[in-house]
Design a protein around this ligand. Structure first.
Ligand code: A3P
Length: 326
């Protein structure tokens, strides 16, 4: 069945009427289904993904919450997996944002496209030795084969205060005129109550954290802050987990540093801005919104002490008190 199936759509409309509903971050509503929040289209395509998506042992699946460093992780993993295939001078990352190279398994812009998209990702070019795929789905909602196959999973987690601030900026940029009504105070209240895409944020983090403790060989748990602090060390861990560790020869040749430079915030932002300026793109979307500041701790410039304290309290109660150490 595809999510475009008419009977399925009707059943889904009926189901929607029974789900918890909240004002969204844009002029939309979010519904809670399977424990996470999303717009109807997203919930529908996520269900279709769970039913249709087939993971292979050779895949790697990158999992994140929105605004926790997905664009960076995708670029790094793609560059690592394809390092023997592309020279740096003609690398696909020079031409496209990493989101175009590493698809989200649950995405579809229309219901029918979900099925198409899955077909595309299931027919990933065979010359590509490893499919690098991504998801924002919580661990509990992953398609079964992603959990049961040998496909390694990498989770990237980010400090909730920075994730929130990044998200609020992003939503203000992509929102249409009617978005103007979402103040940072209101967004903060929604976020602290767990109402954000794929949220509650703490449930998302805990799901992958607990699964990584149970199956450390299957799930590598990374943090944005550690990636920033010692990128080389974390990139080596990432490559090893993906099943393609760097050889001593590669290390000596400086391949790791080359990949880090290619995927650095400054470089990717500059590349995207130049593509935007000269319009060498195959669509009208402005991807520069994925690059804002790329630093740790920027929340101090936006959250009042009271807002920071409330978010800290939620993080403590929902994460730290459940054994999450960071
Ligand atoms: P800020 O808004 O704090 O700057 P996502 O990719 O999940 O949408 O997350 C976006 C966040 O990651 C933004 O954070 C963005 O600036 C940052 N980011 C994007 N590319 C990056 C890179 N190459 N290195 C570090 N951070 C990056």
């Amino acid at each position: 069945i595809s999510s475009g199936d008419e009977r399925y759509q009707l059943e889904f409309q009926e189901l929607l009427k029974t789900l918890p509903k909240e004002d969204g971050w844009k002029s939309d509503f979010l519904y809670q289904h399977q424990g996470f929040w999303g717009q109807p289209r997203l919930l529908l395509s996520s269900e279709a993904c769970q039913k249709q998506f087939q993971a292979y042992d050779t895949d790697v699946l990158l999992a994140t919450q929105p605004k926790s460093g997905t664009t960076w992780l995708k670029a790094l993993a793609f560059a690592i997996a394809n390092r023997k295939r592309y020279a740096l001078s003609s690398h696909p990352l020079l031409l496209s944002i990493s989101h175009k190279l590493v698809p989200f398994i649950e995405h579809g812009t229309s219901n029918d496209e979900v099925a198409d998209h899955h077909q595309i990702s299931n027919n990933y070019p065979s010359s590509q030795s490893q499919r690098v795929l991504s998801t924002h789905l919580p661990y509990a909602s992953l398609p079964k084969s992603a959990k049961t196959s040998a496909c390694p999973i990498v989770y990237l987690c980010r400090n909730p205060k920075d994730t929130f601030v990044s998200k609020w900026h992003y939503m203000s940029k992509i929102g249409s005129e009617d978005f103007g009504s979402l103040s940072i105070e209101r967004a903060h209240d929604l976020y602290c109550r767990g109402v954000s895409l794929f949220g509650p944020f703490w449930k998302h983090i805990l799901g992958y954290w607990e699964a990584s403790l149970e199956s450390p060989k299957k799930i590598l748990f990374l943090t944005y802050e550690e990636m920033k602090e010692d990128t080389e060390y974390q990139v080596k861990r990432l490559a090893k987990h993906m099943g393609c560790p760097f050889s001593t020869e590669e290390e000596n040749k400086g391949i790791i540093q080359d990949i880090i430079k290619l995927c650095s915030f400054e470089n990717l932002k500059k590349l995207e801005e130049s593509r935007e300026n000269i319009s060498i793109k195959d669509d009208d979307d402005d991807y520069t919104v994925f690059y804002r500041k790329g630093v740790v701790g920027d929340w101090v410039n936006y959250l009042t002490p009271q807002m920071a304290e409330r978010l800290d309290q939620v993080t403590k109660e929902k994460l730290h008190d459940h054994g999450f150490p960071m």
